[in-house]
Design a protein around this ligand. Structure first.
Ligand SMILES: Cc1cc2nc3c(=O)[nH]c(=O)nc-3n(C[C@H](O)[C@H](O)[C@H](O)COP(=O)(O)OP(=O)(O)OC[C@H]3O[C@@H](n4cnc5c(N)ncnc54)[C@H](O)[C@@H]3O)c2cc1C
Length: 337
């Protein structure tokens, strides 16, 4: 880290975009006593945001299988911030299992990641009784957590208001119309300012059944995508997620078959579940799939959270605050124009 000159500490801050990046920025800045207004062009349901479609896994150790070390570093810091600001966040860990034919990939996953314990069939059963007899072994990552994006975004928005920040839904903001410091958290809509930004499609399905109970996300090793089943409460489960270089938001038959097939491998009773919803979100990503905080005078752009928005947003917001308060620059994610 090094230090640089920065916008005045008492200038008002406008944040554009109330998805997971903008919401965490607004919360930490309002908590720090800054005058914050968060602008969101859609309504409070946030159905236009990528964040609405996310799994909400807070899994820095599992993600290390395919991501750079900076994702784990920031992700592990974010877990502390989730705990601190939302003490009820479930930290029940994550369970990784595999179909016997994918055993080699399971071993590779174990080698590429840390922070796990190996479980035998009995260990899997003790952790998730519904999975009794389903898997001979598993990997348990005890310190990971998960949030329900559609519940936690409104909670974040409430927390911002309680901390003294203002939120304007239905406000299609333009940075040049706003006074003071602007933090641009528009996700994929920020392409005009973020060259190379692209959308990576993630398809998901929500199903409902009372036949299976899970206490934590269960990841199924899959040769193409990290597929998972996340308990959402009230008998609902999210099945996710594909990762496709495409920018439409349709769900293909092939993807639906793969997602539903994964659930069926985890537990055949999912075969009787009711399909509640199919949908897709576009993950905002730079060519290297790493996040960036770009600093230009009175404008800061936070983007490229890719498949790690819920995992990274608290730590990124903390870095932005450290820059504004003390001029600190994190060389791995910050760029100064
Ligand atoms: C299927 C799927 C599963 C995922 N699972 C996980 C997971 O388990 N864990 C994890 O950490 N991440 C996950 N992700 C990734 C995560 O969803 C993204 O990284 C994150 O949502 C990006 O957040 P964001 O705030 O940058 O963008 P967004 O959530 O898209 O928010 C940007 C907001 O800006 C608003 N906006 C745009 N332009 C304007 C304007 N001019 N004025 C006002 N508002 C504007 C938009 O309406 C939008 O609400 C998943 C993604 C998908 C698609």
């Amino acid at each position: 880290m090094f230090q640089t000159s920065r916008p005045r500490g008492d200038s008002p801050v406008s944040i554009i975009g109330a998805g997971i990046a903008g919401a965490w920025h607004a919360l930490l800045l309002a908590d720090a006593g800054r005058s914050v207004t968060l602008h969101e062009r859609s309504d409070a349901a946030m159905t236009e945001s990528t964040s609405h479609w996310a799994g909400g896994m807070l899994a820095p150790w599992c993600e290390a299988e395919g991501a750079e070390p900076v994702i784990s570093r920031l992700g592990i810091r974010s877990l502390d911030l989730w705990r601190q600001h939302f003490p009820k966040t479930p930290f029940n860990g994550s369970l990784v299992v595999a179909h016997p034919r994918d055993r080699a990939d399971f071993e590779r996953f174990a080698r590429m990641t840390s922070g796990h314990r190996r479980l035998d069939a009995q260990g899997v059963r003790e952790l998730e009784p519904s999975l009794e007899g389903r898997f001979r072994e598993g990997l348990f990552y005890p310190d990971e957590g998960h949030v329900e994006p559609r519940r936690v975004l409104p909670q974040l928005h409430d927390a911002i208001t309680r901390a003294g920040g203002a939120i304007r839904f239905g406000s299609d903001a333009e940075a040049t119309d706003l006074d003071g410091l602007v933090i641009d958290c528009r996700g994929l809509a920020a392409r005009d300012r973020a060259p190379g930004l692209r959308g990576v499609k993630g398809e998901m399905i929500i199903i409902e059944t009372s036949e299976v109970e899970l206490a934590r996300p269960v990841r199924l090793i899959h040769p193409r995508w990290p597929l998972y089943v996340i308990p959402r409460g009230d008998g609902r489960f999210m099945l996710g997620a594909t990762s496709i270089e495409a920018e439409d938001t349709g769900v293909s038959v092939r993807s639906a078959l793969e997602l539903l097939g994964a659930a069926y491998v985890v537990h055949p009773a999912f075969g009787e579940a009711r399909i509640v919803e199919l949908g897709a979100g576009l993950r905002p990503a730079f060519p290297d799939n790493l996040p960036r905080i770009r600093i230009e005078q009175e404008r800061i752009t936070v983007n490229g959270l890719y498949r790690h928005g819920f995992l990274l947003a608290p730590a990124l917001a903390e870095l932005t605050l450290a820059y504004l308060s003390r001029g600190e620059i994190d060389n791995e994610v910050m760029q100064c124009a």
